[in-house]
Design a binder for this molecule. Structure first.
Ligand code: B12
Ligand code: SF4
Length: 614
């Protein structure tokens, strides 16, 4: 079969470009810009490296540098001494990383306006070590004072006119943002810019989809080293297949290079530098010290044994953010804080001492497992470090569901352990998954109402400060997705698209006797039971009761804490109610239920299908 046949079969986008074949380039006589040089490198790689006609169709407007007598690559892309851009470079090169907008309003939409994803910051910081390259990050969720399009989103055409990027990176950390990610990628490709994507969404299963949707190279796993090598390849014209941990198309065939070894020498990496973030305002700063998680929960995409950075490196992240940007509110994004006990104690003490020396007070949130609550010394050190908010993945109060998730938690114990955290003075955000599907061969029946009762009872007893109740998401690369797909239960993504993969929508046929509508309603019911307008009243009564703090004159600190805690809880719960209302309005307008009806009409419920997550 001819290569173009393969490519066309692999990717419909290619066949639609076939009509452009052999058209003379309209730009053939224009002077070369740096962007075009890199663009042409891709063309060259497409022609000489990726192979003949397929390449020229992918980059139809790019005249090959060697045909213009500017470069002589000798037909091979393996010789770094042939630099494409050195001869034509008139400025430094720029990588722009874009974090795509969340598709819909959800509980994170508000905080997202004053925070950003750490991955792109790490990548852009690493690029500063590549000679001749600058890097910047544009976060569509946290964007102000920049050019905007008709929908109020960043105007990438205008950005490209004022500050042209030579390569664009796309953050694919959240599957729900992938449709927007592809939209941006195509927009940049139309402008002649090369595109690279990375992040948790991208697994071996969906590389081809990405490469047919505007992405030139997919980076698999950690990206700091990979991006440095890729950009060097772009500049020198060396063969991409020598870069571990990437996927791209060659002759229309998927080419996946050797897996990249997980990073362990974190001190080789620069400290994340938030100055790369443009047009944003930050309040919550992400900090990280652990990569990977050994717990292997069935629904989770975080895999591999944990690798720990030295506490000194973490401390340096806090200090540099505070000293450069005045940041005081932090989120340690590590999945299981406190896993490495001695290092965690050391970090907490460093944090305490630093704040004392700097006469400042941080507010830090961490994600932690319940079983750490038994370690009194750790809890005290955490409090002294001003870690005051904990996010805990309870997932479910139903033992059968916890077992199915491989969560290794016991619902009986969960309440006791929560009390220990509360007693130590932490605020707790409880994260739950409603209606987790039972494993094959171990059917578990429970009505929606009964499940709701379990959740409500548990949340009430645990006295959680805030909660989120989400639906299970069949995320790419997880065991949960694999088994649901085997059973043909996942709704086709051409009807219920990836933009719904944010945990607020039913995405597969649930266990009997639940229906997708039950799943939707029940999760909302639990949330509405927790958050509500009555808490507005509680805010008012707390304000009136404030003078009562004086009654604690014998221990004013404890009195203030008790008052503040009750007040903050009511504020969160009434704020949560407003968020829920906003979400419900958005949900009504969105018409998700009609999509659900369409799925029911068009598909036998258990039919296996191909989707983006395939
Ligand atoms: C912090 C966090 C959040 C924050 C911020 C999210 C954000 N990124 O903007 C908040 C609280 C808002 C959040 C919300 C949710 N999250 Co979250 N979150 C995380 C967490 C714990 C840390 C992310 C992080 O900073 N990691 C550290 C950085 C350094 O790693 P990284 O992002 O993976 O980046 C590296 C590589 O991926 C790669 N890379 C990344 N981007 C790019 C770009 C380019 C160009 C290149 C070359 C490479 C590259 O290189 C980076 C450095 O090595 C991860 C779990 C985890 N351990 O990663 C989950 C995680 C990202 N979240 C997840 C999920 C499911 C959610 C929620 C849907 C549900 C929930 N758990 O509440 C919501 C989604 C909200 C929405 N709007 O859709 C999943 C996403 C999986 C997926 N395929 O979608 C993860 C992976 C956890 C899991 N259980 O599987 N989350
Ligand atoms: S859900 Fe949390 S504990 Fe479980 S594997 Fe993922 S990161 Fe680890």
């Amino acid at each position: 079969m001819e290569p173009i046949g393969d490519a066309a079969q692999l990717c419909p986008a290619v066949s639609s470009m076939a009509s452009l074949e052999r058209k003379p380039s309209p730009d053939a006589n224009k002077p070369l810009s740096v962007t075009r040089s890199i663009w042409q490198w891709f063309c060259h790689e497409s022609w000489h490296g990726f192979g003949g006609r397929w390449g020229i169709r992918v980059f139809p407007n790019a005249p090959c540098l060697c045909t213009r007598g500017l470069l002589d690559l000798g037909g091979t892309m393996m010789q770094p001494q042939h630099s494409h851009t050195n001869e034509v470079r008139d400025r430094r090169l720029r990588l722009r990383i874009v974090c795509p907008a969340y598709p819909a309003f959800n509980i994170y939409s508000r905080p997202a306006k004053v925070m950003t994803a750490l991955g792109p910051i790490c990548i852009a910081t690493a690029v500063q070590d590549v000679p001749g390259w600058d890097a910047e990050v544009i976060d569509e969720n946290n964007y102000r004072r920049g050019p905007v399009d008709a929908e109020g989103r960043p105007d990438h055409d205008a950005l490209q006119r004022t500050r042209p990027a030579d390569v664009v990176g796309l953050y694919g950390g959240l599957t729900s943002t992938i449709p927007r990610l592809y939209e941006i990628a195509k927009q940049y490709k139309d402008l002649g810019v090369c595109t690279i994507a990375g992040g948790h969404h991208f697994t071996d299963d969906n590389n081809e989809q990405a490469l047919c949707n505007g992405i030139d190279v997919v980076v698999l796993g950690e990206g700091e080293k990979t991006i440095q090598e890729l950009l060097t390849c772009f500049e020198t014209g060396t063969d991409l297949s020598n870069v571990p941990g990437i996927a791209f198309l060659r002759d229309g065939e998927l080419c996946r290079t050797a897996a990249r070894e997980p990073i362990t020498a974190f001190d080789d990496l620069p400290i994340p530098d938030f100055s790369v973030l443009r047009h944003a305002r930050m309040r919550y700063y992400p900090v990280s010290g652990v990569r990977g998680c050994g717990m292997d929960c069935e629904f989770c995409t975080v895999k591999g044994r944990p690798r720990f950075a030295a506490p000194e490196r973490m401390m340096e992240q806090f200090a540099s953010i505070y000293e450069k940007w005045g940041g005081k509110v932090f989120f340690i994004v590590d999945d299981l804080f406190g896993q490495n006990r001695s290092d965690t104690l050391r970090l907490c003490r460093m944090l305490r001492d630093y704040q004392q020396r700097a006469h400042t007070r941080f507010s830090i949130m961490v994600q932690i497992r319940l079983d750490r609550a038994r370690d009194g010394e750790l809890l005290q050190a955490m409090r002294e470090a001003r870690i005051n908010n904990l996010a805990i993945g309870y997932e479910s109060p139903i033992a059968e569901e916890l077992k199915a998730m491989n969560k290794r938690l016991d619902p009986q114990e969960m309440i006791e352990l929560t009390r220990l955290y509360h007693r130590a003075g932490f605020r707790i955000h409880g994260m739950f998954i409603f209606g987790y599907p039972a494993p094959e061969g171990q059917p578990f029946r429970m009505s929606a109402d009964e499940r709701v009762r379990h959740f409500r009872r548990f949340i009430r007893k645990a006295r959680l400060d805030t909660v989120q109740v989400l639906q299970p998401i069949p995320l790419p690369g997880t065991e949960l997705t694999a088994r649901l797909r085997r059973a043909g239960r996942i709704f086709p993504t051409d009807t219920v698209g990836l933009e719904y993969y944010d945990g607020n929508f039913p995405l597969f046929q649930p266990d009997d006797p639940l229906t997708p509508e039950d799943m939707q309603r029940a999760a909302q019911k639990i949330m509405r039971g927790f958050y509500g307008p009555r808490h507005l009243l509680a805010v008012a009564t707390h304000v009136i009761a404030f003078p009562g703090v004086a009654l604690w004159l014998h221990n004013i600190g404890a009195g203030w804490q008790k008052w503040y805690r009750g007040w903050a809880r009511s504020v969160y719960r009434s704020g949560g109610w407003l968020l829920l209302r906003k979400w419900t309005d958005a949900f009504r307008k969105d018409g998700f239920l009609s999509k659900l009806a369409e799925v029911k009409r068009n598909c036998a419920p258990r039919r296996v299908h191909r989707s983006y997550t395939d």
